[in-house]
Design a binder for this molecule. Structure first.
Ligand code: CA
Length: 222
């Protein structure tokens, strides 16, 4: 359940999505036009399709329509730059399972992909992530250290969540930027360093190790 077809013609977004998926343990395949999207999607070799609407050749709505009229039940998550609600409704009526409007954060897309791929939909996803004495409640968006509640801003929470999902792994500033701030963020920005400082202050300095020249790592617990 990890082969994802990504139909997206904008290189920057395609690479942002496929890099993120690979880091999360999926096997992504990228196609850049609607005709290839439909071809690949009907091979039966994929578990989910991330489908951009504005594609050359054949737009995403048409791909979806043909896919569903061919009786494919492949889960489809639409990516759309179009903000209008009518487009979204048309997409969902056309057989999409979910949609994301651009720009989006990678973590949001990942959460939706995981939700669609969950083998037993009745089995609830873990709502509290823990790492030693650290805990993140995904539902209330609150953190706790040794049982003491700590209020985090939305960005701080997203950053902490990214760390806790990759314990012991060195995460580069670029990876953290794209995971937490999205692909539209200036890669020269020092916002990651600033927010790691906030997390150290709120959750404790011992958790977040600076790996010189590479990025940051959530220290593994013994
Ligand atoms: Ca596009």
């Amino acid at each position: 359940m990890n082969r994802i077809l990504v139909a997206e013609d904008e290189d920057r977004i395609a690479s942002f999505v496929s890099k993120g998926l690979r880091a999360a343990g999926f096997t992504p395949t990228v196609v850049g036009d609607g005709v290839s999207a439909l071809d690949y999607a009907t091979t039966g070799e994929f578990d989910l399709l991330v489908l951009d609407i504005g594609l050359p050749g054949m737009d995403g709505f048409e791909v979806l329509k043909r896919l569903r009229s061919g009786r494919s039940s492949l889960p489809v998550i639409i990516l759309t730059a179009r903000q209008s609600i009518t487009d979204t409704v048309a997409g969902l009526e056309g057989g999409a399972d979910d949609y994301m409007s651009k720009p989006f954060r990678f973590e949001e897309l990942l959460a939706r992909i995981r939700l669609r791929l969950r083998e037993d939909p009745r089995e609830p996803e873990a709502t509290v992530l823990t790492h030693g004495a650290l805990a993140l409640d995904l539902r209330s968006r609150r953190a706790a250290v040794e049982g003491r509640t700590v209020e985090l801003s939305a960005r701080e929470f997203a950053l902490a969540e990214t760390f806790i999902r990759h314990p012991g792994q060195v995460l580069s500033r670029e990876q953290l930027l794209s995971h937490v701030w999205g692909y539209d963020f200036d890669p020269g920005s020092n916002v990651v360093d600033v927010y790691v400082r906030y997390l150290r202050k709120k959750l404790g300095v011992q958790w977040f190790e600076t790996v010189r020249g590479m990025g940051y790592r959530l220290v593994e617990v013994a």
